[in-house]
Design a protein around this ligand. Structure first.
Ligand code: TYD
Length: 394
């Protein structure tokens, strides 16, 4: 049932930024599969969570204004629309959402100790644990059932989705609400943004696959919101099937129809996507090489996990992209996983000596362009691979 459609080569752990460039770093096959029965897209190689989500995990949600605003707006919506007495967030990261609520109303779950500590120190109850049935049982004993469970960009990182949804359904009140948001498969396919795939992203959800998956646990989607975050995400609003108080919005049917119109339920769509990805690689390399042949310099902007997939799949090293800039303290002075490219601290001055910047964080293009207006006026040009490789001329 799982049909292979794309090989993104050997990839290092995406968020494993290290102080030294290790030529023989562990790499894992990154192959993509489409399940013809439940329509789920996933990667084949499953790396144990403990290897990826360590106690010095570098990804911090609060590093971007766009994300802060998105989570703040969601907190307002949750309070107004659902008025939950208790809220639980799975994968609370550095507290970007939970800190918008009253301390007594919210519980965070965060397996990376360095991140869990940030919210604990602020007085927010945070369990430094992985999400699973065992934990759900303990939480129910201690805190009772929960009114609203939320999770962003986390559930797709967990291999055993049956356990994930069984545990959620178990802990949620009968009238409880589950909200999850993750990158949209439809947007990924449309934008040829194959960098959405890396070893942490075990699944890429669509409305079709999510509704197939949650059915088994007596859950259904009742509303959907398309978001601009992470290059195009979907927020799924989910309830228990037996809760008839909430009407199912037309948006759910529309999203599924849209996905079907685009062929997300058919293998052939993914085979075509694979062809586009190969072409994207070729064209990106041509652009970078042409720039270098004119003795111009290129820096990477945003040392994202997504960029790690691109660098390793396209075999881009220091001779093409000299450095990356990033604002995240945990990434500075470290190397892009699998590559000899060093990440330097972001300052506008650090960009001055470069002619081109490859957008590793293309999903924040708007925010970045606003910030770099002056440099763009001077001479800096951006390169992106989304939706097709090109130099962005302003
Ligand atoms: P994101 O796109 O969320 O990453 P991932 O692919 O790893 O999930 O991360 C954005 C990265 O870009 C993060 O390391 C912070 C960095 N960044 C900057 O350095 N400057 C900026 O202006 C922005 C918006 C992001």
């Amino acid at each position: 049932m799982n049909k292979f459609f794309l090989n993104l080569g050997k990839q290092p752990l995406a968020n494993n930024y290290s102080r030294f460039y290790k030529k023989n770093q562990n790499k894992y096959n990154l192959k993509l599969f489409f399940n013809t029965k439940n329509k789920m897209v996933s990667i084949s190689k499953r790396i144990p969570s403990e290897k990826m989500f360590t106690n010095n995990y570098p990804y911090r949600s609060s590093m971007s204004k766009t994300m802060k605003t998105s989570f703040y707006e969601l907190s307002i919506e949750i309070k107004k629309r659902f008025k939950p007495k208790s809220i639980l967030e799975i994968g609370s990261n550095d507290g970007i959402l939970v800190t918008n609520f009253n301390k007594k109303d919210v519980i965070g779950i965060e397996p990376c100790n360095n991140l869990a500590k940030i919210t604990s120190k602020k007085g927010y109850l945070t369990y430094n644990k992985y999400w699973n049935y065992e934990l759900a049982k303990n939480l129910k004993k201690k805190h009772g059932e929960i009114n609203l469970i939320y999770s962003a960009n986390t559930l797709t990182h967990i291999s055993n989705l049956n356990d994930v949804f069984k545990s959620i359904s178990f802990l949620l009140t009968q009238k409880g609400i589950l909200i999850i948001e993750d990158p949209s498969l439809l947007e990924c396919i449309k934008k040829v943004s194959y960098d959405q795939f890396y070893n942490e992203h075990i699944y890429l959800f669509s409305a079709i696959s999510v509704s197939n998956l949650i059915k088994k646990f007596n859950l259904e989607i009742f509303d959907i919101k398309n978001l601009k975050t992470h290059g195009g995400s979907i927020r799924y609003y989910i309830k228990k099937v037996e809760n008839r108080d909430i009407k199912i919005s037309n948006k759910v049917k529309k999203q599924i129809e849209n996905e079907k119109k685009f062929g997300l339920h058919k293998l052939v769509t993914y085979k075509q996507f694979a062809k586009k990805v190969k072409l994207s690689k070729k064209n990106l390399l041509n652009i970078l090489k042409k720039i270098k042949s004119k003795n111009k310099s290129i820096i990477g902007y945003g040392a994202t996990a997504k960029a790690v997939t691109i660098l390793n799949y396209c075999n881009i090293n220091k001779s093409l992209i000299k450095n990356f800039v990033d604002t995240t303290p945990e990434k500075i002075n470290k190397f892009m996983p699998g590559k000899n490219i060093k990440i330097i601290k972001y300052t506008q001055n650090s960009l001055l000596k470069y002619d081109y910047a490859f957008l590793g964080a293309w999903n924040f293009k708007k925010e970045i362009f606003k910030k770099e207006k002056k440099l763009i006026k001077k001479k800096l040009r951006f390169i992106t691979h989304v939706p097709w490789p090109r130099i962005i001329r302003k």
